[in-house]
Design a protein around this ligand. Structure first.
Ligand code: DX5
Ligand code: ZN
Length: 230
């Protein structure tokens, strides 16, 4: 008889921020074929973060290229006026930042009302307590392991302890703990041991071109799995 497990399934989520934007649909197909569990889409507004990416029309354009979960990370302020548009464009999960407005509880309710998974992200300087009273509205907590805005930054080691605190906070609730920023096999192992189960990776997946996507995704997965086993 198998024992019930309290751990959420491991998910590797390549961030297409590091993909070749001139061939975005092909890039999504390539990471799908290479074993990505989710596709992570970084939405930046040049206001909440010092960079600009893309909006709902691009999400909609690449939606037909894969059946994998579209994990949409909204680094925008305000987020509420755009939730419906991203949902209609094909998001499966919508992640809002705890720092991006005074009514995040309302945002999470709105996301669930749209029939999507509701995620809340916290920046490196934001304490875990920022999500404590939101926990029952959330399907996913995203612990930023870099300051959001750019790919290719170095993992912030203090975030390992933060992941452990989020894990303690959620207990046995069926909530994903996602990490984003500077994830490579070594850092994935550290945060997996602390309780993370979803791993966003941009540069670590895309850095060597399509022939290496599967190898890099599997390296992150293997590191996370073996750290979990202890
Ligand atoms: C950073 C974004 C990340 C980014 C991660 O603001 O939220 O998703 O793409 O890139 P890497 O994995 O290169 O740190
Ligand atoms: Zn992201």
């Amino acid at each position: 008889m198998s024992r019930p497990t309290l751990s959420r399934p491991i998910a590797i989520a390549p961030s297409i921020l590091s993909a070749d934007f001139s061939r975005l649909a092909e890039e999504v197909r390539a990471v799908d074929a290479a074993g990505a569990d989710w596709i992570h889409l970084d939405i930046m507004d040049g206001h909440f973060v010092p960079n600009i990416t893309f909006g709902p029309p691009v999400v909609k354009a690449i939606r037909p290229t894969t059946a994998k979960r579209f994990d949409v990370h909204l680094m925008i302020e305000p987020a509420d006026p755009y939730l419906e548009a991203f949902a209609e464009a094909g998001a499966d999960s919508l992640i809002v930042h705890a720092e991006a407005g005074p009514h995040i509880d309302r945002s999470l309710q709105a996301i669930r009302h749209l029939g999507k998974k509701a995620g809340v992200a916290i920046n490196p300087g934001t304490p875990v307590e920022a999500v404590e009273f939101l926990i029952d509205r959330a399907d996913l907590i995203l612990v930023m392991t870099v300051n959001p805005g750019f790919g290719g930054q170095a993992f912030i080691p203090a975030m390992v302890e933060k992941v452990a605190r989020v894990k303690a906070l959620i207990g046995d609730r069926p909530i994903d703990i996602e990490v984003d920023g500077g994830i490579v096999p070594e850092t994935a192992a550290a945060v997996a041991a602390a309780g993370a189960n979803a791993f966003v990776a941009g540069s670590a997946v895309f850095k060597d071109g399509p022939a290496a996507y599967a190898r890099h995704i599997e390296a992150i997965r293997a590191a996370a799995e073996s750290a979990r086993r202890g």
